[in-house]
Design a protein around this ligand. Structure first.
Ligand code: HEC
Length: 123
């Protein structure tokens, strides 16, 4: 009899952990990234620049899709500085042979804000 109760408990434990269902609903709601002040400032700077002549957010254009850029550098702590310098100085060879235009009039601060914004576009 004891054995049966034990087995029933094991089965109950296994099924309650199995599938991983339900746990996502209990997570606190993630804040909407588009409400982030850095994101908003990034959108503003980009709107005042020429980025969208060559870039799209979701698709490759002359330059890479920004979501692809975000995915490529996700989790790299040097990414903001690296991308900020790339935005200011331009350059080629990472995504292909077409060069990214330089943006010498962007301040380092603004370029870093844009870099953070692009990195936030990761799905
Ligand atoms: C003349 C077209 C053009 C314009 C304008 C342009 N880009 Fe690019 N961008 C490119 C190309 C081409 C690449 C890929 C460069 C490479 O392969 O190294 C690129 C790459 C990038 C990358 C990824 C860099 C890397 O090394 O992975 C970022 C971030 C980026 N662009 C942001 C911007 C922003 C922000 C602006 C506006 C301020 C902008 N781009 C304007 C063409 C452009």
């Amino acid at each position: 009899m004891k054995k049966v109760v034990f087995m029933a408990m094991v089965v109950a434990t296994l099924t309650s952990c199995g599938g991983g269902g339900g746990s996502t609903e209990e997570k606190p709601k993630v804040a909407d990234v588009t409400e982030d002040p850095v994101y908003k400032k990034g959108v503003e700077i980009v709107a005042g620049s020429d980025c969208f002549t060559c870039h799209k957010i979701d698709e490759k254009n002359i330059g890479p899709a920004w979501r692809d850029v975000a995915a490529k550098y996700a989790g790299q702590d040097t990414a903001v500085k690296y991308l900020a310098h790339k935005i200011i100085n331009g350059g080629s060879g990472v995504w292909g042979q077409v060069p990214m235009a330089a943006h010498p009039t962007l301040s380092e601060d603004d370029a870093e804000t844009v870099a953070k914004y692009v990195l936030m576009l990761k799905k």
